[in-house]
Write a protein that binds this ligand. Sequence first.
Ligand code: GDD
Ligand code: MG
Length: 365
Amino acid sequence: MKALILAGGYATRLRPLSFAKPKLLFPIAGKPMLERTLNSLARSGVDSAILAVNFMADELKKHFGSRYRRIRIRYSLEEKPLGTGGPIRLAMRLLGSRDNFLAMNGDILFDAELSNMLERHRIEKPVATIALYKVSDASRFGLVSVDHQMRVSSFLEKPMGQEPVGGLINAGIYLMSPKVFDYIQPDRRISIEREVFPILAKEDRLQGYELKGYWTDVGTLNDYLEANFSLLNIESSGKAVVQKEAEVSSHAILNPPCLVMRKARVGENAMVGPFTIVGEGSVVEEEASVQKSVLFNDVHLGRASRVDRSIIADGSRISRNVMLGEGTVLGAGVSVSAALRLEGGVKVCPYKEVTENVMGPTNIL
Ligand code: GDD
Ligand code: MG
């Protein structure tokens, strides 16, 4: 089966991380998000993936090339972003007009096996079946109502109200029949959620299928941290995991759950965790401590520095005796001079040098 993965857009809510890296390459508990998605899809019988790309397409191509494990990978490049519906129409030739296919948002994580959903789709024969997930606040999502046979009776994208409304939301995974192409005009930006699903619901041609188990959308920096913590906890079974070729001093303290990746180094009397990932080649020097945080690759945390609930992107260098308080986010290649304090949610753009104390919330551009 073929799957189209929406992998474009600017990920503005994930700045400054998304300035230097497409969000689908952000590591989640040590693995790029899109690798996780491809693994999940392979388990559901997908053997061919089409990545719908625009902004930073080259980074994705460089990482995945034309194959990931048993999945063939092709790219459908938009000159201008075409939204969530336009890319499906654009890839029509690659998807073919005969078979059902999967389409999905690239920024979600899930562990469900989709074969039951496929089975329901084959029996019910709607134009599309959308995976649904129960949440207590639907305001950031597409709110979906279904009848007793799981036919979608209404689809409302980003419902705005005074009070949060809970219920079933669009989980961003769709099984589609090629008939869907008739509902998407070519060559223009289209929101599948606002312009296609409400029409299909009205025509009674949209089916719902409730997903159980783990599901999350990685839309914000907070979602990003929480997704790391959840998957780290599940995959480490709540333990401290040290990958091969990592060097951890026998006088370091690892508080579980945590993950020290390949070629990383943790020095004497340093403290890592709980809920922390030290990325490949990253260094936590002597007496430094880092908790509830994600360090991407090749980050250097200097002697006796402290990091709490922060995200630090590739190649950033934090000198000694620095304090990074909750909510700090450093883009790639940032440097922070010795003995500084960044507190209250400071976000720093890639390749900036921070040379004085900063009290947030502040963005350093
Ligand atoms: N190729 C391409 N082109 N991809 C795009 C574009 C574009 O112009 N715009 C967005 N995308 C991709 C994003 O990378 C993301 O993977 C996916 O489309 C969805 O876009 P988001 O911007 O993340 O949407 P959202 O999270 O606010 O809402 C969507 O997802 C929710 C579930 O996670 C909607 O589908 C909601 O209905 C849904 O509940
Ligand atoms: Mg999203």
